[in-house]
Design a protein. Structure first.
Length: 398
């Protein structure tokens, strides 16, 4: 969509050459950790910054707390990877080594592509889905929505059970719940986006009353927000992923007053053997966590070292399944560290979603969403915004 851009954003987007590049630490003047998002700008007291010269003696200098730092980093990595004669760029040895690690080309593909992306190299891709794939997302969301609905009814002393809901259609569906001999029908309507979905559910607690859910899957967190304005209810659950573990916290308010504030139990599953069968999961010694409604989070961290560099390939995977259908969302990135000076660069970012349509169809849809500056050149060239289809044996995913 068109929008008005400020002058600095326009200037960055118009940069088409590099004369000099330098990473440095704004706090100390030395080298710094270079992160992938503004909220991670400070790492162990460092504030990473990037200075470049370009064009006719033009320069720009931004730190990770500035609005367009990520855009500038994306432009630098893109131009550096496309540069045919890198010797024309004035660059210190440490910065050059980090950029080379992040933008390797030819047979030396980036890490995510080598591990996962190359599986799609010879497959035909489409620019739009060939199935009504939103139906898979809608169905796999049922366990989560039922979990929250049942707990919210329990708060007002209404213990309910769910009947098997009838088949939905595209972005619409129905929940059927029972309280004693009474049956209630709750119509649903969904909106879908690359980060998750929104769901509007009618007849919540009483006729014509609406509760709205917004669910966002992110690299470091799963967020569930719900609100029913008719009964002045608002709540949010945040399942945070940090330090190789998952912690959850749910807060509920009624009429502006907190009535529930509790850390959720996010237990580690005994082993990866309990994952659904037939999935292409590139996880070595992955940690597996079970969400309260039956969803799964898998954390993977593959470490490799040379004499000069350490690389961690980090994966966060969300699995939701229901009625033989399964939605898998995977966020990946690599963290490259120069062992001699501590300079770190976030690279090889990926956002992959796989939808398993169930044994009756036997086809799997895989799509790759844009990530930003830290995605690899091969991800942008071969995978980003493309849809791939393949047949899989989904045995054991029910």
């Amino acid at each position: 969509m068109y929008r008005f851009m400020d002058q600095q954003e326009i200037e960055i987007r118009q940069i088409d050459d590099l004369k000099m590049v330098n990473f440095y630490d704004l706090a100390t003047g030395g080298t710094a950790a270079v992160s992938g998002a503004n909220q991670n700008a400070e790492i162990s007291g460092h504030v990473p910054a990037l200075a470049i010269y370009y064009g006719d003696n033009k320069q720009i200098n931004l730190c990770a707390m500035d609005t367009h730092y990520n855009l500038l980093m994306e432009r630098v990595l893109t131009l550096y990877s496309q540069c045919k004669d890198k010797n024309l760029i004035i660059i210190d040895a440490d910065t050059k080594a980090m950029l080379e690690q992040a933008t390797s080309r030819g047979d030396n593909h980036t890490s995510f592509y080598e591990r996962i992306g190359k599986n799609y190299a010879d497959m035909e891709c489409l620019k739009s889905p060939k199935f009504a794939s939103e139906a898979v997302v809608r169905e796999t969301a049922m366990p989560m929505l039922k979990y929250y609905i049942k707990n919210l009814y329990h708060m007002v002393d209404m213990d309910i059970e769910f009947d098997k809901e009838p088949l939905g259609w595209h972005s619409n569906g129905v929940l059927k719940l029972r309280k004693g001999s009474d049956t209630f029908v709750l119509p649903m309507r969904f909106e879908f986006n690359t980060m998750g979905f929104k769901a509007k559910i009618g007849n919540f607690l009483k006729d014509l009353s609406l509760i709205e859910f917004e669910v966002r899957y992110q690299e470091g967190m799963l967020e569930v927000i719900f609100e029913a304005t008719d009964v002045k209810l608002y709540g949010e659950s945040r399942f945070k992923i940090e330090n190789h573990s998952v912690t959850g916290l749910t807060t509920i308010q009624v009429a502006g007053q907190v009535v529930y504030h509790q850390e959720e139990s996010v237990a580690a599953v005994a082993s990866a053997d309990q994952l659904p069968k037939g999935l292409d999961l590139d996880i070595e010694k992955g940690r597996v966590y079970g969400l309260p409604w039956g969803g799964i989070i898998v954390l993977g961290d593959i470490e490799s070292k040379t004499a000069e560099f350490k690389r961690n390939d980090i994966d966060v995977i969300f699995l939701e399944q229901y009625n033989g259908k399964l939605a898998m969302r995977q966020f990946s990135h690599s963290l490259v560290e120069n062992l001699s000076n501590g300079l770190r660069l976030r690279c090889d970012g990926a956002n992959m979603r796989k939808l398993y349509f169930g044994p009756g169809i036997g086809e799997v849809e895989t799509t790759f969403a844009p990530v930003g500056y830290y995605s690899g050149w091969d991800y942008k060239q071969f995978l980003e915004n493309n849809y791939f289809y393949e047949c899989k044996n989904q045995e054991g995913s029910n």
